[in-house]
Design a protein around this ligand. Structure first.
Ligand SMILES: Cc1cc2nc3c(=O)[nH]c(=O)nc-3n(C[C@H](O)[C@H](O)[C@H](O)COP(=O)(O)O)c2cc1C
Length: 177
């Protein structure tokens, strides 16, 4: 059994990225899937003053610990104003203060989707660029445009071209776990 940590990098209760991330995690054979909800990790907005006065919140340690305890990680990023959602960025800022090994060097599958045609590719590029600097393990990426037209929960990706490109990325990721 591989322990797969997954979440949508969004705090929306109806997050399409959470749906997509959970779907992809379950595509991995023999996976024990641990799904996080960013709403369970809401912390004060990061500031150096808060850190100096009150320290790093326990929730940041709890969040980071789950990376340590996993064999691989699947994250799907929502794009807000061409970058991370505030919910994800705040968690990222806090956990980056614990130690430099932010992601515990696990193989990662970084995804992104949106209801529009760009598939949240800008935030995906930003996430890959940042995370790959601090994680020397393998990182696969895939962006799914027009989520509502190209995905359903029972069949997964319905567009044949996108499905084929997704499956080669998935195979690549699985081979690194
Ligand atoms: C404040 C805000 C900013 C957004 N900015 C972008 C954007 O820059 N690019 C984009 O593709 N979609 C943008 N969207 C649309 C989101 O991609 C869409 O709401 C998507 O469902 C978010 O993913 P989620 O359901 O996983 O939260 C934005 C939505 C909100 C609420």
């Amino acid at each position: 059994m591989s322990k797969i940590l997954t979440f949508g990098a969004s705090s929306s209760k109806k997050s399409i990225n959470k749906r997509f991330a959970v779907y992809v995690a379950h595509c991995i054979p023999n996976a024990d899937v641990n799904v996080l909800d960013l709403n369970d990790y809401e912390m004060p907005i990061y500031s150096i003053d808060r850190e100096n006065e009150d320290g790093i919140p326990d929730l940041a340690y709890t969040f980071k610990e789950q990376f340590k305890n996993s064999d691989a990680v699947v994250i799907s990023f929502a794009e807000h104003n061409a970058t991370y959602t505030s919910a994800f960025k705040n968690i990222f800022d806090w956990i980056s203060r614990i130690d430099k090994n932010v992601w515990h060097n696990k193989p990662m599958f970084l995804l992104a989707t949106s209801t529009g045609g760009n598939g949240a590719v800008i935030v995906l590029e930003a996430a890959y660029s940042r995370i790959s600097r601090r994680n020397s393990n393998h990182i696969s990426t895939f962006s799914l445009p027009n989520f509502n037209e190209n995905f359903n929960d029972s069949m997964g990706i319905t567009n044949p071209k996108l499905k084929s490109s997704f499956e080669s990325k998935l195979d690549e990721f699985i081979s690194k776990i």
